[in-house]
Write a protein that binds this ligand. Structure first.
Ligand SMILES: *Cc1c(COP(=O)(O)O)cnc(C)c1O
Length: 389
């Protein structure tokens, strides 16, 4: 048997994130009858509360699934076999979504990037301009690319579609940005927004979401990809009264109700400002350590995580393993072509100044113990940002 490790584990991966005790307690309440008279009230409360977080007056559907399920739901409800879709490979999550689209029988066109910036609206506009026959039925963009810590400018992507007068739907993955980085489903003209429970929403994994525009709803009437479990239509019919067509994740929905209350109590704009501030302090530390931030475009810096490159010849995975062993902190690893090249500090969810100091302190000690050459002033740089206000 291993010796007991004292103190709380530091879960500083960019999802799943730390679940606040208020949410854990709500989830631990007895399971209730999802067809009973009391359930509809919970259903209606979370469905309308979600609208305020997605910033939409339209429907949001909830699946008992990880975010990957909601990716699939967005595609199968709006598209038909062989449809062209335009995707941007901003990193590993965009790559996985592209693979899914291919497996589902879609014909994705992929715009490449160097994994160090968000999607380029001008490149999207070029691709749409060349598509005179309007074969492209959807543009799919990851808002916050969790593998790189780069954000794509969704309002500018919408503007590119409008400027080209292109009718494609806009599908956006906000799995690691909803509830941590400003996002506006309706104002930005997004047709389907995809999200998950275990990142900014401070819940355990197990729920995922689609926010649906009127145009996406209309597309769902004629889309021909096979769908059954993911079909929006029976879901929306039941949701009208706060119920679900199959057994929902009842206890997670109670947790969601609590998490939505917490976001409302803090105020969404304050939540976003808090994340921005922690991201700024983290980058100040990384710069003072003399390490490189994976995201090269300041405009695209993520509020929810920072991916940090290690100097040539140093293993990010060895550093993470050392930090886990010595300080009981989990950091995110490099994904895809960034494997072993970067580590990722998650600074999203239920997180405050002192949690950030703890996380950065663990990184600082890890760098020292792993023999990674670095400057000494990282912690001081972060403290200065936090102490400023
Ligand atoms: C976490 C994540 C996913 C995958 O979600 P799962 O819940 O693991 O299925 C997809 N996209 C982004 C941007 C993510 O951060």
């Amino acid at each position: 048997m291993n010796a007991r490790v004292a103190g709380r584990h530091f879960l500083q991966i960019p999802g799943p994130t730390n679940v606040p005790e208020r949410v854990l307690h709500a989830i631990a309440e007895p399971t209730i009858d999802h067809r009973g008279p009391g359930f509809g009230e919970l259903g209606r409360a979370v469905l309308s509360g979600l609208g305020r977080v997605f910033r939409t007056s339209g429907p949001v559907v909830i699946y008992p699934a990880s975010g990957t399920g909601a990716w699939e739901a967005a595609l199968v409800n709006t598209l038909s076999p062989g449809d062209a879709v335009l995707m941007v490979r901003t990193g590993w999550f965009a790559t996985l979504w592209h693979e899914m689209a291919t497996r589902l029988g879609l014909a994705p066109m992929l715009l490449e990037t160097d994994w160090r910036r968000g999607a380029d609206p001008a490149a999207i506009a070029d691709a749409l301009r060349q598509d005179r026959a309007h074969r492209i039925r959807a543009v799919c963009v990851v808002h916050n690319e969790t593998s790189t810590g780069c954000v794509s400018p969704i309002a500018a992507v919408r503007a590119a579609l409008d400027a080209e007068q292109h009718p494609a739907l806009l599908l956006v993955d906000t799995i690691s940005s909803l509830g941590s980085i400003d996002y506006q489903h309706e104002a930005w003209g997004v047709d389907v927004t995809i999200a998950g429970s275990q990142k900014g929403l401070m819940l355990p994994p197990g729920l995922s979401f689609n926010a649906i525009s009127p145009r996406a709803l209309a597309a769902a009437q004629t889309a021909r990809l096979p769908r059954s479990y993911w079909d929006w239509r029976p879901m929306l019919e039941s949701n009208a009264t706060g119920y679900f067509p199959f057994t929902p994740a009842i206890n997670l929905l109670r947790g969601l109700q609590e998490a939505l209350a917490m976001l409302a109590e803090e105020g969404l704009d304050n939540v976003f400002d808090r994340h921005t501030r922690h991201a700024t302090a983290t980058r100040a530390a990384v710069r003072a350590w003399g390490l490189e931030i994976q995201c090269l475009e300041p405009r695209d810096y993520s509020g929810s995580l920072t991916a940090v490159r290690l100097p040539e010849g140093h293993s990010a995975d060895a550093l993470r393993a050392l930090i886990l062993r010595r300080f009981d902190m989990s950091l995110g690893g490099g994904l895809g072509m960034l494997k072993d090249r970067v580590f990722r500090i998650g600074h999203l969810g239920d997180f405050n100044d002192l949690s950030l100091i703890g996380a950065l302190g663990g990184v600082a000690m890890g760098l020292r113990l792993a023999g990674v050459p670095h400057g000494e002033d990282g912690m001081a740089a972060a403290l200065a940002v936090l102490a400023e206000g």
